[in-house]
Design a protein around this ligand. Structure first.
Ligand SMILES: [Zn+2]
Ligand SMILES: [Zn+2]
Length: 396
């Protein structure tokens, strides 16, 4: 079966779907319209649909005509709190909300794959599960975990899971793949530094939390340069600093917020310990005290199964008009990681950058614009992965 030819046949529909979704973006945990949209589409294709899975999640199940493995394909559904500034004729109709991460393209490509697979049902081995996930951008519990807790990966139990992300930094038509860790654990932290406030003219009678905060910000960078193994990626960023109300008042406390990114659990644990240690030590040395808190339930490292990834590469290499490129890890976070903790699979990328069409802005930019010509490749790739992995180990 020529999946790319099938995808080309429905290309105008995939693009129409994408634009409809693009105009109705919804924030994490509010994907009500979107969830109904994809559910109705799946049902129209004759696919069994379970709505309200772990919140606004949707699970479609398509049983093939021949026995085989269970393959799950995932698309995320939420948008970002950004006012769209992209030069497109189908701009967001919701003020201050935009599909700037391209999750609209993910849904359109997965619905395209669903249509192709539904038509090939008789020849399809095994079962395909279509996972439409809410709240990927939220962090913390996100959307994958509630869906898993609500049984999305069971009944039937998923053997392989695949997820595709559109990439505004990658050339249109280029797939990015990597076995092993591909995205980071994004751990956010809050630090509250307690001092003792007073008059700005008499710092010796106070414990100045602003001065301590300045030392803490510098000290934290010393963790990456002096305390962590330099061949294991580790990034720490303080992105928010709050203290004080007026120039001549030394405040009682200062608050910092930031994030650390790591690619393996051992580095992650040791980094968190060192952050707490350095902050506590610096604060004490200046007479203050600190409270360091890491967000519970942060996304784990996204780890692609190397063997599954290599098999997937062979499938992707058959798609005419595309290239498959090995990629370096990205230090963003993804809660597709949680599906990968349940079943082997791979999270891969599809480039949508095309300077000739003005598609030059990265994901999360207010001007993010994807080259829609690549959507057919994404739809074909998802359908092919489901088809090929469904028949793994099954005599033909
Ligand atoms: Zn995003
Ligand atoms: Zn995303």
């Amino acid at each position: 079966m020529d999946f790319l030819a099938e995808a080309k046949k429905i290309e105008p529909e995939i693009i129409r779907t994408r634009r409809a979704l693009h105009q109705h973006p919804e924030l994490s945990y509010h994907e009500v319209w979107t969830s109904k949209f994809v559910s109705d589409r799946l049902e129209a294709l004759g696919i069994h649909v379970r709505r309200g899975v772990g919140g606004n999640g949707v699970v479609g199940t398509l049983k093939g005509g021949v026995d085989g493995k269970v393959v799950a394909l995932r698309a995320d559904m939420d948008a970002l709190p950004i006012t769209e500034a992209a030069d497109v004729g189908f701009r967001s109709k919701i003020d201050g909300v935009m599909h700037a991460c391209g999750h609209d393209t993910h849904m359109a490509m997965l619905l395209g794959a669903a249509e192709i697979l539904a038509r090939a049902q008789a020849e399809l081995h095994g079962t395909v599960k279509f996972l439409f996930q809410p709240a990927e951008e939220h962090g913390g519990r996100g959307g994958a975990l509630p869906m898993i807790e609500d049984g999305a990966m069971l009944d039937p139990k998923v053997d392989y899971v695949f997820g595709l992300h559109i990439d505004g930094d990658r050339k249109a038509g280029e797939f990015g793949v990597r076995g092993g860790p591909v995205m980071a654990a994004p751990d956010t932290f809050k630090i509250r530094i307690e001092g003792r406030g007073g008059h700005g003219s008499a710092p010796h009678k106070t414990i100045d939390p602003v001065y301590i905060a300045a030392n803490v910000i510098l000290g934290l960078q010393g963790i990456s340069s002096r305390m962590m193994d330099p061949v294991r990626p580790f990034v720490i960023t303080v992105g928010s600093v709050h203290a004080g109300t007026k120039e001549n008042i030394i405040p009682d406390y200062a608050e910092l917020e930031g994030t650390i990114r790591t690619l393996d659990e051992a580095t992650r644990k040791s980094a968190k310990r060192k952050v707490a240690g350095v902050v506590g030590g610096l604060c004490r040395s200046f007479g203050g005290s600190a409270h360091v808190e890491f967000e519970a339930d942060a996304y784990p490292v996204t780890v692609n199964d190397p063997k599954t990834t290599e098999r997937a590469v062979k499938v992707l290499q058959r798609i005419r008009g595309t290239r498959v490129k090995r990629m370096e890890p990205i230090l963003g976070g993804e809660d597709f990681s949680r599906f990968l903790q349940k079943s082997p699979g791979t999270f891969y990328f599809l480039g949508a950058a095309n300077p000739a069409k003005g598609c030059v802005y990265p994901n999360h930019s207010s001007k993010f614009k994807a080259d829609e010509d690549v959507l057919k490749y994404g739809a074909a790739s998802l359908a092919m992965l489901a088809f090929e992995f469904g028949s793994q180990g099954t005599p033909r």
